[in-house]
Ligand binder design. Structure first.
Ligand SMILES: [Zn+2]
Length: 292
């Protein structure tokens, strides 16, 4: 049973103490029994390659949390380039699978066409396949974007690998709303822009916040359209659902001392250096700028 052996291998290698390993193995067995053909990411036990390693000698295994529109894809992608680890976005995995053929793609198309949520099992399956493919190419470590989204996903992930750090990106809700409502797409080339210019002065000891708009080039300016679901009502509902689902995930990592709360102080130029500082990576950024 390939699934089981992979799971056992993952569990055994994750744990250094044999008693713990046995517990993990037991948990793994019950997981397989109760949840069917679950394939889990066997990414933890990474070869000591790569640029940035933690105390156990492997690359970072980080995840990003943050509500829709906060820009976590951008920060996750930048960090993955800086650290030389793959940026794995579950949204991309779903899109890639949808564009392929096979039984899983068919199943996924059915779910998406009915407007249903993709189950935790399918997301874990896609993630697992992606991590294994990467490992075969010599990748190690990861920055996850869009996973874990639910408490259940966090629990599944915890059984097979150690996430070192979860970065929770936050942005004031009024700013977030304004940013989401400022999104525009060019109907001709599909380019994404944002016409919202956020410039809130600091008051009562609270810092101000500035986020420049992302304006289109001249050729696109007259062809901008708004996504039909970028209305105030829909954006607020999206945020409400996100918060409800993610609160337990935040608590899960907070309890384990793995949650880094990061309040975005503005757009990328303002936020990026501060984020690196919070992650103790400012030196690395300088090295890279000098090398560039
Ligand atoms: Zn255009």
């Amino acid at each position: 049973m390939a699934v089981l052996s992979r799971l056992l291998r993952a569990s055994a290698l994750t744990a250094s103490c044999s008693l713990y390993a046995a517990t993990v193995r037991r948990r793994g067995l019950s997981l397989v029994a109760s949840e069917g053909d679950l394939r889990l990411p066997s990414s933890a036990h990474l070869s000591p390659l790569g640029t940035r390693k933690n105390l156990t000698g492997r690359n970072v295994q980080w995840a990003f949390l943050g509500c829709p529109g906060v820009g976590k894809g951008t920060y996750a992608s930048r960090l993955s380039q800086l650290l030389g680890v793959p940026h794995i976005a579950t949204g991309d995995l779903v899109r890639e699978e949808l564009s392929s053929s096979g039984p899983l793609a068919d199943q996924l198309r059915g779910i998406v066409n009915q407007g249903k949520l993709v189950s935790d099992e399918i997301i874990v399956d896609l993630l697992s396949k992606r991590v294994e493919k990467g490992e075969a190419k010599g990748e190690s470590g990861f920055i996850l974007d869009g996973f874990p989204r639910t408490l259940r996903q966090a629990e599944i992930l915890e059984r097979v690998t150690d996430v070192d750090l979860v970065i929770n990106l936050k942005l004031r809700e009024d700013v977030l709303l304004e940013k989401c409502l400022g999104r525009r797409i060019c109907s001709q080339c599909g380019g994404n822009f944002n016409i919202a210019c956020i410039d809130i002065k600091g008051e009562d000891g609270k810092p101000g916040i500035y986020m420049a708009p992302l304006l289109p080039p001249e050729g696109c300016a007259s062809k901008l359209v708004t996504r039909s679901d970028d209305t105030e009502e829909v954006v607020k509902e999206r945020l409400r659902i996100y918060n409800e689902m993610t609160q337990p995930v935040e608590d899960f990592y907070r309890k384990r001392g793995k949650l880094l709360e990061f309040e975005l102080p503005g757009g990328i130029p303002e936020s990026w250096p501060k984020l690196l500082h919070a992650l103790h990576l400012d030196g690395l950024n300088r090295e890279q700028s000098l090398a560039a």
